[in-house]
Design a protein around this ligand. Sequence first.
Ligand code: UFG
Length: 329
Amino acid sequence: MKIFVTGGAGYIGSHVVKALGREGHDLLVFDNLSTGHEWAVLYGQLIKGDLSNMTLLKKLMKEFNPEAVIHFAASIQVEESVREPLKYYEDNVCNTINLLKAMKLAKVRNFIYSSSAAVYGIPVNVPVDETADMKPINPYGATKAVVEQILKDMSAADDFRYIALRYFNVAGADTDGHIGQLYKNPTHLITRALKTAKGEFEKLSIYGTGYPTPDGTCIRDYIHVDDLARAHVQSLDHLMDTKKSDIMNCGYGHGFSVKEVVSTVKKVTGIDFPVEEAARRAGDPPALVACSDRLKAKTGWEPRHDDLEFIVKTAWKWEKDLTRKAYAA
Ligand code: UFG
C-alpha cells in the first residue's frame, strides 16, 4: 500500500517506517528534519519539507496519491508547550489542518494520527480508557485534543476515517539496534537518566516528590517503541478493513514511578549516577496508565516487550552505540 508518513525521520516515526517497510509498503516520508534524521529512514523515499508549505504538500499528495497518511510530525514536549503555547498550536494544529486539507483535495481518506495520553489531563480512573473525558492540563495535550475533535467532525462530514492512537510514554530503541532516540536536548526521563549515567549531564533531577502516589513521584506507563510501531501497522490494517474511525490507547496497563525508573536505569547500566530532588515540572499529571483493551480486542495487538528492564536495556545499548559512533567520527 502507498503510505504518506509525516515525521517519519523522527524517533517513533522511524520505527514505524521500519515496521511498514518490512511489510513491503511503498512509503513517502515527509519530514523537515528539525528533530528527525536522514539516517533513521530505513525504507521509502525521504522528502525534506515542512507542513506549513501547502504548495509542496498538495503537489506531493497529488503525485504520490497514497491510500493512507500516518501523521507523526509534531512538537512533543509538555514543559516547552507551557512556555510556548503558540508554537504548539501552530506546529500541531495549523500544520495538521494543512495536511488534512491537502488530503481532502487529493481524496485521500484514511488517516492514522499520533495522539497522546496527555489529552486526558488528570484522569479520574487509572488505568484510563478511551471513554474518559479529554481534559488536558497543558497546551501540548490541548493541541492533541483539538485535532482529535477536528478528525471526529471530519469523519462525520466526509468520506474520511481515522484512528487516533493515544500514546503513553514511549521508550527504548529498535531491538535490531539500527535506530533509536537522538535529540539535541532530550527531556524524556529514560533518555535523560541514561545520558546522566554516561556523564553527559552532571545529575538527574526528579521533578516533584510530593505527588499523591506511593513514593511521591509521578507514575507513567512506559511502552517499548517496537510494540508501538506494531500497534500502528495493525491499526492501519484494521482501518483499511473496517473503514471505521476509532480512538485507541497504546500502553501496557501498568506504570512505574520516576524513582522506580531511576533504580532500573542504575541497575541496567551498573552506574550509580547523582540524583537530586527538584521542584515539580509544569504540566505534569501525577499518574498516567493506559487501559489498552480496545487496541488488543480490535486489532489483535499484543505487547512483546512489556518489561521495563528490557526497554531500558535497548535504550542503553543505543546510547552506548551513539558514543562509539561519535568517537569513530
Ligand atoms: N522526569 C523527571 N526528570 C527528568 C525528566 C522527566 O523527573 O529529567 C519526570 C517527569 O516530571 C514526569 C516523568 O518523569 O513525571 C516522565 O516525563 P517524560 O518527560 O519522560 O514524559 P512525559 O510524561 O512528560 O510525556 C510523555 C510524552 C508526551 C506524552 C506523555 C504521555 O513526551 O508526549 O508522555 O504519558 F503525552
